[in-house]
Design a binder for this molecule. Structure first.
Ligand code: NAD
Ligand code: MG
Length: 377
């Protein structure tokens, strides 16, 4: 068996380091061909020494520090299009991942997609790039991995409905008044997952679930009225698929991203692995489900409406959210201002053109500018 080459974009992050743990155990099947990171040169150097990839890239690579490494934003593309890379794991956070997703798909690669933002903002552009180049999008997001595992090759005409689960985040029971002034420390206390800071805040506002509904729409080709969200605080049922005959399948497992990362690499096959702790239904019980409190978490509906509106609206939603979350992480705005910033940007900019990469990036830039002006930061 020849080992398949894997390029990891964002190798120093939460998903990137999780993926390297998986790949360490799967050295016979996969070899790491490229690693990229934003600024953590020390960790990247350690990873490079351990996995000996052909290509290493650091976006903020100081001149002369690592002369053999690629630098600047172009290093993501360099890594994504390497001949030796059969699979590109895009684990970059945010809109910065778009060009690498497009480039890898155009080159006919499998993209193991953690970077949901690129699919949300690029939507049909990303799907078209895959079609044109013969590339393949396989989700890493646990909910979408669950859906893929349940659908198992059945056509979308046999699917009645997707029910995407949401943990509800740290503020599941908080009132609107409490949410308004929730602190950064509160928002970073996710009850079931340890993740990067941006997605952790997105999970607290439920903007993450809106991104995931849009992601599901593009991945599985279903209209928005056939994608629902239910709160499931234990994060054990990773999503449900209801079929046209009324039968419902779900995929379960303890909350660990190692399984969806591995599955995105081996799909549609399954391989022996020991990353996920044994499943004990008694230990994990009870499993409970609740309605989403949509009034308290307006970012969810705003994102789904942006998805329904189509065009550049999902890119505006995504960029306004990214800018507002960056401000919240920096202490410049309150938690309650995040959905208000998104609503304001969508109200002003929802209908910009979206047919090309440049149009999408222009919508992204306008939304960021709108939020900057809103808070005059
Ligand atoms: P993280 O912040 O821990 O890691 C992000 C990685 O991207 C780092 O390696 C960083 O160096 C790199 N990066 C950041 N900004 C960059 C830029 N401008 N250009 C190039 N590289 C950059 O984030 P994470 O939690 O690993 O999430 C990564 C992606 O995976 C996000 O899109 C997130 O929504 C998605 N995701 C994460 C989880 C999880 O459990 N962490 C689960 C599902 C989906
Ligand atoms: Mg998810």
């Amino acid at each position: 068996m020849t080992a398949r080459g894997v390029a990891i974009l964002g190798s120093t992050g939460s998903i990137g380091t999780t993926a390297l743990r998986v790949l360490e155990r799967q050295r016979e099947r996969f070899h790491v061909t490229a690693l990229t990171a934003f600024s953590n040169a020390a960790l990247l150097a350690e990873q490079a020494a351990r996995f000996a990839p052909r290509y290493v890239g650091l976006v903020q690579n100081g001149v002369g520090e690592h002369p053999g490494w690629g630098k600047g934003t172009g290093c993501l593309i360099d890594a994504a299009v390497l001949d030796e890379a059969d699979i590109v794991l895009n684990a970059v956070v945010g809109a910065a991942g778009l060009d690498a997703t497009l480039a890898a798909l155009e080159r006919g690669k499998r993209v193991a997609l953690a970077n949901k933002e690129s699919l949300v903002m690029g939507g049909s552009l990303v799907i078209d790039a895959a079609r044109r180049g013969g590339g393949e999008l396989v989700p890493v997001d646990s909910e979408h991995s669950a859906i893929l595992q349940c659908i198992a090759g059945r056509p979308s005409t046999e699917v009645r409905r997707l029910v995407v689960t949401a943990s509800g985040g740290p503020f599941r029971r908080w009132s609107r008044a409490q949410l308004e002034n929730a602190t950064l420390a509160d928002a970073l206390q996710h009850p079931t997952w340890r993740m990067g800071r941006k997605i952790t805040v997105d999970s607290a506002t439920l903007a993450n679930k809106a991104l995931e509904v849009i992601e599901a729409h593009f991945l599985f080709g279903l209209p928005y009225d056939r994608i629902e969200v239910v709160v499931h605080p234990q994060s054990v049922v990773h999503s449900f698929v209801e079929f046209v005959d009324g039968s419902v399948l779900a995929q379960l497992g303890v909350p660990s991203m190692e399984l969806p990362v591995l599955y995105a690499l081996t799909y549609p096959d399954r391989v022996t692995d020991t990353g996920v702790p044994p499943f004990d239904p008694v230990e994990l019980s009870p499993l409970t489900f609740e309605k989403v409190r949509v009034q308290e978490f307006p970012a969810l509906e705003l994102g789904i409406q942006a998805g329904r509106a189509g065009g550049s609206a999902p890119a505006v939603f995504n960029a306004a959210n990214e800018q507002a979350v960056a401000y919240f992480l920096g202490g410049a705005i309150r938690f309650g201002e995040i959905p208000r910033a998104i609503e304001s940007a969508l109200g002003r900019l929802g209908n910009a053109p979206s047919g090309t990469r440049d149009a999408i990036l222009a919508a992204d830039a306008s939304a960021r500018r709108h939020v900057q002006e809103l808070f005059r930061c």
